[in-house]
Design a binder for this molecule. Structure first.
Ligand code: GLC
Length: 666
C-alpha cells in the first residue's frame, strides 16, 4: 500500500506517474521535527536505498546528502555523487519504504551522529512524502516502481561490450580501436566518442579536421557491427555564429541570472550557457538537435556534466582574481595561504553559483537551487522525448551522468568518474543493487576504473563482474594508463571474459527485460530473499534474477574468497565458455578458490541459465542454440524480442534441453 502526504507547496518534479489522492494526518513511522523527520532505529534495522551513493548496501552508519555534484572522489566520506534518489527501505522491527519527492538539498543522517537515530532534513518542507508498506522489501520496491513508471529499455546491442576513452582524438584512433579488437578476435559492439569529436567542445558539432566524415565512419563501423556513441554535454558554448548558442539566446531557452540575462558559467569550451531543460519548449528545442547526429547514423548517446558541472562562474572568477591579486601583494602566512588555495579550489561546482541562476517554469522564474537535482533528469528527458519523436520505431541508447528518480523512464545512468581502485569494483556491484530499487536498471560503472592507472589484475577481475552488468563499458580518463584490452599481456584471459559475456547475453537480456516489464529488480541484496542474519548483512554478494548469486573477487592478489551461501547452490568456475567446472556446495560459509583467470558465480538451487556461444557482436549471436547450465531437470523461461523496436511485446521460450552441466549428486 502507498500513502501520499503533501507538505507545504511541493515543486512538481514528475518523478511519479501515478496520481494518488493525498492522505490527511500524520505521516506514519516518522516523528516530524524542525525541517525534517526522525525515526528511531532498532538494533537490527537495515536501511536500504539512496540509489547512487557510496556507503554499500546497508546505508546505516553514515551521512549522505542529496545534492547532485560533479564529484570524481567516490570515497568513504563522500556525501553525494551525481544523482539524488531519496528512497529508503527500513527493514527490521518495521518494514516500510519512504520516498521524499523533493528536488532541493536533503540530508540523511542514517545512524551516523547517533547509531539508533535516522534523521532526514531538508531546506524546507515543501515536498510529497510517500510511505510504502508491503510484505517484503521486493514487494515494496515493486509498488514504488509502479508509482514512478516503467524503466527505460535500451536496444539489445547496448548489452554488448563497449570501448571508450577520453583521449580518442580523431577518426584514425577510432579505426585503430576497431581494428585491434578485430585482430585480437575480441567481440565489440560499440566505441564511444568523448568530447574530442566536437569542434571546440560545442554540442552537436563535429571537428571536421579530426573527423572529416563522421557519417562515413559510422557506416564503416556499422558494417563491422560496431556503433559509435557520442557524448553530449550540458553547457552550450558562447560563440558568435554557433547556431545552438544563437538560437538559444534568441528564443530565451537558457537559464538566466539575477538580471534576466543568460547565466554565464564555464565548462570544457570555456564560457557557456545552460539550456533551461525545465522549460518544455527548451527541452524540445535541445532534443531536436540530436537529429544532427542521428542523421549521420548514430544510434546512441551519453549525456554528461549535467549536474550541471561548473568549472567557474564568470562572476565568481572575477571576484577570486581580484582577491588573489590582493593576496599576492601580501606576505601570505597561514590564513592568507589557506584562503588563497581555498578560493581557487572552491571555484568549481561552488554552491553559491547554484543560487545565481534561474529557470523558467510555467512563466515563473524559479531559483535553480530549489530544483537543482532535477537538471540532469530533464536533460535526459529532453533526449528521451526527442528520440520518441525522431526515432519512433527504433530504440536509441541513452544514459546520463546526473539523475533524479523519474529519469529512469528516459535513460540509464553510468556510475560516473570512479577510479582504478579495488574498493570501486565492490562499489560498482553495491550501487547497482541500490540503483535497481529506484528504477535504474540500465547501469554499470567504468570497467577497469576511470581515474588512476589500472592493472592487468584489476581489469580482469573487474571484467568478471562487468560480465553481468547491463552496461559493460571500458572507459578511462585522459592521462591514465591506456586500458583497451589488447594493451594487456593477459589480453587472452580478458578476451575469454568478453566471450563469456556474449554467451550470457541471451540470459542477461532476458532478465533485464523481465525486470523492466514487471517493475522488478535485476540485482538484489541477499537480504531481500533470505532472512537469516548472515544473508541480511552480506555486502559483497548480490542476487541476479531468480537464478544467480554473484560473489566477485574484489581484492588484490586474491586466490579465492569467502562466500556465504544462504542455501545450497552450484558453484560455477569458468575459465572460458568451454572450460568450466560445477560443484554443488551446501548452505553455509565457504572459502572458494578463484584463480585470476577464473570467473566464479553461483546457480541457485534447482535453477539453470541458458548459455550460448560467443559472437563478434550482438547481431551475430545465435540464440537458437542455447544450452542450460545448472541443476538437472531445471527449465528456464527465456524472454526474446527483436531487441530494437520500441514495442517490447516479446515472447517467452521455454528452454529445457539436456543440462549443460550435470549436477553430480551432493
Ligand atoms: C567527465 C565524464 C567522463 C568523461 C569526461 C570528459 O568527467 O564523467 O566520463 O570522459 O568528462 O568528457
Amino acid at each position: 500500500m502507498i500513502e501520499k502526504f503533501v507538505l507545504g507547496k511541493p515543486f512538481e518534479t514528475f518523478a511519479t506517474v501515478e496520481r494518488l489522492t493525498p492522505s490527511e494526518g500524520e505521516i506514519p513511522f516518522f516523528t516530524t521535527i524542525d525541517k525534517g523527520f526522525f525515526y528511531k532505529l532498532s538494533d537490527n534495522d537495515i536501511v536500504y536505498g539512496l540509489g547512487e551513493q557510496v556507503g554499500g548496501i546497508n546505508k546505516r552508519g553514515k551521512k549522505y546528502i542529496s545534492r547532485n555534484s560533479d564529484n570524481p572522489h567516490h570515497q568513504e566520506d563522500t556525501l553525494s555523487l551525481y544523482g539524488a534518489h531519496n528512497f529508503l527501505i527500513i527493514s527490521g522491527e518495521e518494514l516500510f519504504g519512504v520516498f521524499f519527492d523533493y528536488p532541493g538539498f536533503m540530508e540523511f543522517d542514517i545512524g551516523y551522529t547517533n547509531r539508533d537515530e535516522l534523521t532526514i532534513t531538508a531546506e524546507n518542507m515543501d515536498m510529497d512524502v510517500y510511505i510504502i508498506t508491503g510484505n517484503s522489501e521486493r514487494d515494496i520496491v515493486k509498488q514504488f516502481r509502479k508509482l514512478i513508471g516503467k524503466s527505460y529499455i535500451p536496444p539489445k546491442w547496448a548489452f554488448g561490450y563497449g570501448q571508450s576513452r577520453w583521449g580518442y582524438k580523431c577518426e584514425e584512433d577510432i579505426r585503430e580501436v576497431a581494428r585491434r579488437y578485430r585482430e585480437n578476435n575480441i567481440p565489440l559492439d560499440s566505441i564511444y566518442l568523448d568530447i574530442d569529436y566536437m569542434e571546440d567542445y560545442k554540442d552537436f558539432t563535429v571537428n571536421k579536421e579530426a573527423f572529416p566524415d563522421l557519417k562515413g565512419l559510422c557506416e564503416d563501423m556499422k558494417k563491422e557491427g560496431i556503433r559509435l556513441v557520442p557524448i553530449i554535454d550540458a553547457g552550450v558554448k558562447i560563440e558568435k555564429g554557433y547556431s545552438v548558442y544563437e538560437e538559444g539566446v534568441e528564443k530565451g531557452y537558457f537559464c538566466t541570472d539575477r538580471e534576466g540575462n543568460p547565466f554565464i558559467a564555464a565548462v570544457w569550451p570555456g564560457r557557456v550557457h545552460f539550456p533551461d531543460f525545465l522549460d518544455p519548449k527548451a527541452r524540445e528545442w535541445f532534443g531536436d538537435k540530436y537529429s544532427v547526429l542521428l542523421d549521420m547514423g548514430i544510434e546512441g548517446f551519453w549525456n554528461d556534466m549535467n549536474e550541471p558541472a561548473i568549472f567557474y562562474s564568470e562572476k565568481r572568477l572575477n571576484e577570486v582574481l581580484e582577491r588573489i591579486n590582493e593576496l599576492g601583494k601580501k606576505n601570505m602566512g597561514i590564513s592568507e595561504f589557506f584562503e588563497f588555495t581555498g578560493i581557487v579550489n572552491g571555484l568549481s561546482n561552488n554552491e553559491g553559483d547554484y543560487d545565481e541562476f534561474f529557470h523558467n517554469v510555467g512563466e515563473k522564474s524559479v531559483p535553480h537551487c530549489r530544483l537543482h537535482n532535477l537538471y540532469g533528469f530533464n536533460m535526459t528527458k529532453a533526449a528521451g522525448e526527442a528520440f520518441e519523436r525522431l526515432s519512433p520505431d527504433k530504440r536509441i541508447l541513452m544514459f546520463s551522468r546526473s539523475s533524479y528518480i523519474g529519469a529512469h523512464r528516459y535513460g540509464g545512468i553510468w556510475q560516473g568518474d570512479n577510479k582504478s581502485w579495488w574498493s570501486h569494483l565492490l562499489m560498482n556491484m553495491q550501487m547497482t543493487a541500490s540503483l535497481n530499487m529506484v528504477g535504474f536498471l540500465y547501469t554499470g560503472a567504468d570497467t577497469g576504473g576511470f581515474g588512476c592507472d589500472t592493472t592487468e589484475e584489476l581489469m580482469l577481475r573487474w571484467l568478471q563482474l562487468s560480465v553481468f552488468m547491463p552496461l559493460m563499458r571500458n572507459h578511462s580518463a585522459l592521462g591514465t594508463r591506456e586500458q583497451e584490452l589488447y594493451r594487456f599481456r593477459n589480453c587472452e584471459d580478458c578476451k575469454k571474459m568478453i566471450e563469456i559475456r556474449y554467451g550470457l547475453i541471451p540470459y542477461l537480456y532476458s532478465e533485464f527485460m523481465k525486470a523492466a516489464t514487471n517493475d522488478d529488480m535485476m540485482f538484489r541484496p541477499l537480504g531481500f530473499d533470505f532472512k537469516d542474519e548472515a544473508a541480511r548483512n552480506t555486502e559483497d554478494q548480490v542476487l541476479l534474477g531468480s537464478e544467480l548469486m554473484l560473489a566477485p573477487v574484489c581484492t588484490r592478489n586474491a586466490k579465492g574468497r569467502y562466500v556465504y551461501l544462504p542455501e545450497e547452490m552450484l558453484l560455477i568456475r569458468m575459465r572460458s565458455l568451454e572450460d568450466y567446472d560445477c560443484e554443488p556446495l551446501p548452505k553455509g560459509h565457504h572459502y572458494v578458490k578463484a584463480d585470476l583467470k577464473e570467473l566464479i558465480f553461483f546457480i541457485r538451487k534447482g535453477k539453470a541459465i541458458p548459455v550460448g556461444k560467443s559472437a563478434k557482436n550482438t547481431e551475430s549471436l545465435d540464440s537458437d542454440h542455447l544450452s542450460l547450465l545448472g541443476y538437472e531437470g531445471a527449465e528456464y523461461e527465456l524472454y526474446e524480442d527483436d531487441g530494437i523496436s520500441r514495442n517490447v511485446m516479446g515472447s517467452i521460450r521455454k528452454i529445457k534441453n539436456k543440462p549443460y552441466c550435470r549436477m553430480t549428486t551432493s
